[in-house]
Design a protein around this ligand. Sequence first.
Ligand code: NAP
Length: 290
Amino acid sequence: MLVIGAEGMLGRDLMGILHSSFPKNEVIGWDIDEIDIQEENTTVKKIESLRPQIVIHIAAFTDVDGCELNQGKAFAVNAEGTRHVALASSKCRAKMVYLSTDYVFDGEKREPYLESDPPHPLNVYGHSKLMGEQYVQEQVKDSLVIRTQWLYGPFGKNFVASILQQAREKSTLSIVNDQTGSPTYTADLAKAICELIQFDARGIFHVANSDLCSWYTFGQTILKLSGANRVKVLPMSSKELGRPAARPSYSVLDCQKLKKETGLTMRPWSEALKDYLALIASLPADPMNR
Ligand SMILES: NC(=O)c1ccc[n+]([C@@H]2O[C@H](COP(=O)([O-])OP(=O)(O)OC[C@H]3O[C@@H](n4cnc5c(N)ncnc54)[C@H](OP(=O)(O)O)[C@@H]3O)[C@@H](O)[C@H]2O)c1
């Protein structure tokens, strides 16, 4: 089993779960230091030489605003890079698992998105990830595409860490209240990915913690649960925030297929958040130094 993107925020949690669920020497993790998926020949040759049975591709250029400003890199990594991994997986006759995003949707539906809903990305990141999905589905016979959203976890920069950091420095925070989704804990997602693999699931699955909220409500809950009650939170619009990439105003993922086909359910985001806050309270302060 080969994980590409093993050193990222999800990757480090996923490697931990895979190592505890499968024999340790059967799970190999690579990241940018071992393989640059932008390079077709070396990517294909290197994967082919390992001959994995399962390739879990979670490497990506994940800076959503950065993708808007550097479109060439976004498509080179998220679309073409994924095509290279898909080509190698197909040559090895490996199963390929690919992580995708709620940002393949435009948010116009205003109801939770089903796996069968037509995608219509609003930003470059979403476009590039959707192209990645299409390459995987076209090229690999046995593929699993997992769309998730609003990730946070102990091993990378994320919204929760940023709110906690800002709460230490400021008395008032402004947070957008016109985007709705489901914050998802990387530890919960990693467990679900592992179970979907053990279940030999195929096709597209939506996987996110249950219940929905805005970033504003999420921020308020983070502050309340972490005891930072003195910090005032003000709602603001996405327009006021003025970030380079447009985001869907509603990108909740319907995870009923996951439950129906595998029996798996995802717990509410507020429960997962409590566990995450308890965990990071016991870790070094800087998520990049863990
Ligand atoms: N974060 C979210 O909220 C979110 C939401 C929905 C879906 N997803 C998807 O979930 C997956 C994991 O996300 P994450 O937040 O854990 O990402 P992450 O922390 O940014 O990790 C991605 C990893 O991929 C590596 N990488 C980047 N370019 C590469 C290349 N050319 N070749 C090889 N490796 C490369 C990165 O290295 P560097 O750090 O050195 O660049 C990083 O270690 C991604 O596929 C992402 O699109 C994430």
